[in-house]
Design a protein around this ligand. Structure first.
Ligand SMILES: [Zn+2]
Length: 483
């Protein structure tokens, strides 16, 4: 791509001109104009509304998770790449991989068929060229000989092109296709990039559902709404951690009021509604769960849409019961949002905990080290190591701090790493059945047998994916990635 030239989609330009009416919709189904809603008790919704109406995406201040992602040696900027393309250290790779595996397993349970599609597409392909202009994002362009390709900004086209070539009957609907894209690319403006919050390359679980008609689409949409709530809960984000934003055309809302209300009822607290007089985009309804961070910035996590255009645009057809070919409606859902954003949300949430006087932590199933053993002296290293190996064999990530440091320093370092369980091992502990376990969440030491510790951890991480320790068992043998 020549310098100075940029592909800006028509949809992006339209978005800048877009006039919206804003409302708050309550679980009881009352639609309040934004300026007449009493936000008492809904301070986070108020912050979300302020952020949305202002539409300012500029980053004035570094969000707190950026310091944390580096100090925990999870993720870092990569100066040799384009901004917004990050590097993952072993611990960060493990956290990201577990999240990827978790979301994927939930989509499998839901019935998503996993596929894989290319990351770049021909700008001249007729369906794609049009779609490009219907999607509000800037693209990376790749040149190959005389041809130009854009890097995908979502998994949509790959799945649509596949669906176009498939033979589909009404019996196959809803047809659920899933891909976890590593990566999708969007050339976000440089001033809007921030740590893990807004990136140019991101990992996006993307599950589409081809639906027969609006009735089926609405049923499926509600099912996926529940899936999104469940996925976020598993990740460690509860309903209080996010706000529901609904975007809808006036026409769709008028004709489907009960359905839209039912979403807010499932959410159980008021939602922000953006209403458009006419349809600018390819969808008539969309929602997101938005996380509000320490700087009061909102970021979309889970999302779903009802797409009324692309079935036809991509020539996707199914054979209906009456023997006629018809275009399906398409739902576009990411049950978790970008995986990077989930890490961002967990880190920002931990930061807010820290500010509130609670110990910051990652969920236990995502903690790179779950148990740290600290030998009192050289003489206890072997015993500590044996205990750690035993724990690892039982599916618990345990390591040993065998460095020549004082015990208090090692405890402090383990705390700085947010390790959930810390055990100092000396003569007494080696001789006894009971271990003094520092339980981070409780801020105190509890005497536990190894067996009860194993059971406690296993109970908490049950059903979640597992990966082994991302670094050598002995802390002495680990490089330092962040200086
Ligand atoms: Zn899509």
């Amino acid at each position: 791509m020549s310098k100075g030239e940029e592909v800006i989609s028509e949809a992006l330009k339209a978005e800048e001109r877009l006039v919206s009416d804003w409302y708050v919709l309550t679980p009881e189904g009352v639609l309040h104009p934004l300026d007449r809603f009493d936000f008492e008790g809904y301070e986070k919704l108020k912050k979300f509304a302020d952020y949305e109406v202002r539409k300012s995406r500029a980053v004035e201040q570094e969000p707190p998770h950026v310091t944390l992602m580096r100090s925990l040696e999870l993720v870092d900027y990569e100066p040799a790449s384009d901004p917004g393309n990050l590097r993952y250290y072993p611990k960060g790779r493990m956290v990201k991989a577990l999240l990827e595996e978790y979301v994927t397993s939930k989509v499998h349970e839901y019935g998503g068929m996993e596929v894989e599609t290319p990351i770049m597409y021909d700008m001249k392909h007729p369906s794609l060229a049009k779609y490009l202009h219907r999607f509000p994002a800037r693209q990376y362009i790749v040149e190959s000989d005389e041809d130009r390709y854009f890097l995908r900004f979502a998994a949509c086209f790959g799945q649509f092109l596949m669906s176009h070539d498939a033979t589909i009957s009404y019996r196959d609907l809803p047809l659920r296709i899933y891909e976890l894209t590593r990566y999708s690319f969007r050339r976000e403006q440089a001033g809007e990039l921030a740590g893990l919050r807004r990136l140019r390359a991101f990992t996006m679980p993307d599950v589409h559902a081809l639906c027969r008609d609006l009735a089926q689409a609405k049923r499926e949409f509600k099912r996926r709404f529940k899936l999104c709530v469940e996925v976020l809960r598993g990740i460690g984000l509860e309903r209080d951690d996010y706000e529901l934003g609904i975007r809808v055309t006036e026409d769709f809302y008028r004709k489907n009021r009960r359905f839209v209300n039912s979403l807010v009822r499932m959410h159980g607290k008021p939602a922000l509604v953006e209403m458009w007089k006419e349809r600018f985009f390819y969808f008539v309804l969309k929602y997101e769960f938005n996380f509000l961070d320490a700087l009061d910035k909102a970021s979309a996590l889970s999302t779903d849409q009802i797409d009324v255009e692309n079935g036809e645009r991509y020539g996707i057809v199914y054979m209906d019961e009456d023997g006629r070919q018809k275009h399906p409606l398409i739902l576009h859902c990411s049950p978790s949002g970008a995986i990077e954003r989930d890490i961002y949300a967990l880190l920002e949430k931990a930061y807010l905990d820290m500010k509130g006087g609670r110990p910051p932590m990652l969920p236990l199933w995502l903690s790179p080290t779950q148990v740290r053993l600290i030998p009192v002296s050289e003489a206890h290293v072997k015993a500590a190591e044996a205990t750690a190996r035993l724990l690892n064999r039982r599916g618990i990530r345990a390591d040993v701090d065998d460095r020549e440091e004082t015990v208090p320093k090692k405890v402090r370092d383990a705390e700085r790493e947010w390790i959930p369980y810390i055990i100092v091992m000396g003569e007494k502990e080696m001789a006894s059945n009971l271990l003094p376990v520092r339980v981070r969440r409780e801020g105190e030491i509890r005497d536990m047998t190894l067996e009860s510790l194993v059971n406690e951890i296993r109970r908490e991480v049950r059903g979640m994916p597992w990966r082994p320790l991302p670094l050598p068992l002995r802390v002495k043998e680990r490089p330092r990635f962040v200086g």
